[in-house]
Design a protein around this ligand. Structure first.
Ligand SMILES: C[S@@+](CC[C@H](N)C(=O)[O-])C[C@H]1O[C@@H](n2cnc3c(N)ncnc32)[C@H](O)[C@@H]1O
Length: 379
């Protein structure tokens, strides 16, 4: 069966690689999504094991339409009873763009009307809509005249991994953090450090990657478990196999933050993970701590959007000076939404990747910090 896996901008290739590793077939990169073919076990694996997936969709109908009324007819042409049994609730998530529908909500209403009308005729009672905790979640995607209707097998977005008890200021999305670590190509040969850890998204995702902990381990709300066609034995086998591959993380993992409340939140968020004792967490100021060679740093410094800094240019210059003077021989990956401030680092970037964080354009910058002699040789 065909699957469409949604992701965030910039992670399509990384997701395609993850799908290759899970042996999905016919993998094709789309915009903020990847299409592939797989079986039930792979659909469950995708939900449980993909680090850069937001949702796993099972397409039920795709077509081109000319008028708004065509949408109603198209939705009604699908037989909904095998998906929505009598007495079950449903809801619709819509992503609507193009000129056919001025109001997304109207497209969602017409889709809902078509399903309700069909099922009322069949069951003699109206099915209920439950926007908070429906049994079946339908994904409606309209781009200009192209309509794709799918079942959403994930339910809640998969970035909600259910480990964040506390969120210090401006936390990263879990898929963004995992995707950045994957994009960096970290092979777990260099010790991992986040010197501005906030509530600890980078370090938690790093621990999960380093010890093969499935990202869905604490998610007990997958939508496919409520489907009419659900195979509990296959699902249990998928979980057991994935969990049996969890192992002790060999590489050093550490995080620090200047704010003790952030340190408390990082510790709290790590509390239910195996091997959490392997992660070193400190209350430290990045500008004063001694640096180290041969580390890989992942940093998400404030960029005057959700967290303000007195003089953002001086602050970024300070980050650059600290890296240059204390972290020679290490590598730094910085995610920031302030392209002007980042110029003040005074370091040459060796990679720049456009990403998006909750509607804000951000970039990921890579810096290789050479000591003087290596720098001269490199140049
Ligand atoms: C945008 S938040 C990081 C959010 C984090 N990536 C997460 O997912 O929760 C920036 C963090 O940098 C910390 N910070 C700012 N200046 C710092 C410094 N000089 N040394 C250490 N941490 C600092 C702040 O306390 C804040 O927690």
């Amino acid at each position: 069966m065909q699957l469409i896996i949604k992701t965030m901008e910039g992670f399509e290739e990384v997701l395609a690689k993850e799908l290759e590793d899970l042996q999905l077939l016919n993998i094709q990169i789309l915009k903020r999504a990847v299409s592939c073919e797989g079986n039930w076990a792979q659909l469950y694996k995708c939900n449980y094991m993909l680090r850069t997936a937001l949702r796993v969709l099972l397409p039920v109908k795709s077509a081109s339409i000319e008028t708004q009324e065509d949408l109603y007819d198209l939705v009604k042409s699908v037989s909904w009873a095998p998906y929505i049994a009598e007495g079950k609730t449903f809801s619709i998530n819509g992503t609507i763009s193009g000129e056919l529908f001025n109001h997304s909500q109207f497209a969602i209403y017409r889709t809902k009307d078509a399903i309700v009308d069909q099922l009322t005729e069949k069951y003699g009672t109206r099915p209920s809509i439950d926007t908070r905790n429906s049994d079946v979640l339908i994904d409606l995607h309209i781009s200009n005249n192209e309509v794709n209707i799918s079942l959403d097998s994930s339910g809640r977005s998969l970035h909600l991994r259910n480990y964040k008890y506390r969120q210090y200021k401006a936390p990263l999305n879990e898929v963004l953090a995992a995707g950045i670590i994957k994009l960096s190509g970290w092979e777990q040969t260099k010790a991992f450090h986040d010197p501005m850890s906030g509530s600890g998204t980078f370090i938690t995702e790093a621990l999960m990657i380093a010890s093969n902990i499935p990202p869905g381990m604490f998610n007990n709300n997958f939508a496919f478990t409520k489907w009419e066609e659900f195979y509990p034995d296959i699902w249990n086998m998928v979980k057991e196999t994935a969990d049996s591959n969890i192992h002790f993380p060999e590489i050093e993992l550490s995080a620090s933050d200047i704010n003790p409340l952030a340190v408390r939140d990082t510790k709290k968020n790590l509390q239910k993970f195996p091997f959490k004792e392997k992660v070193q967490i400190y209350n430290r100021d990045f500008f004063t701590i001694p640096g180290e060679a041969d580390k890989i740093l992942f940093m998400n410094p404030p960029y005057n959007k959700r967290i303000e800094v007195d003089n953002i240019y001086a602050y970024y210059k300070n980050i650059g000076d600290t890296l240059k003077t204390r972290w020679q021989g290490s590598e730094a990956w910085i995610v920031s939404g302030n392209a002007e401030a980042i110029k003040n680092l005074g370091l040459q970037t060796s990679k720049r990747i456009a990403l998006n964080h909750g509607g804000t354009d951000v970039k990921l910058y890579k810096y290789e910090i050479y000591d003087g002699s290596k720098k001269a040789k490199y140049q």
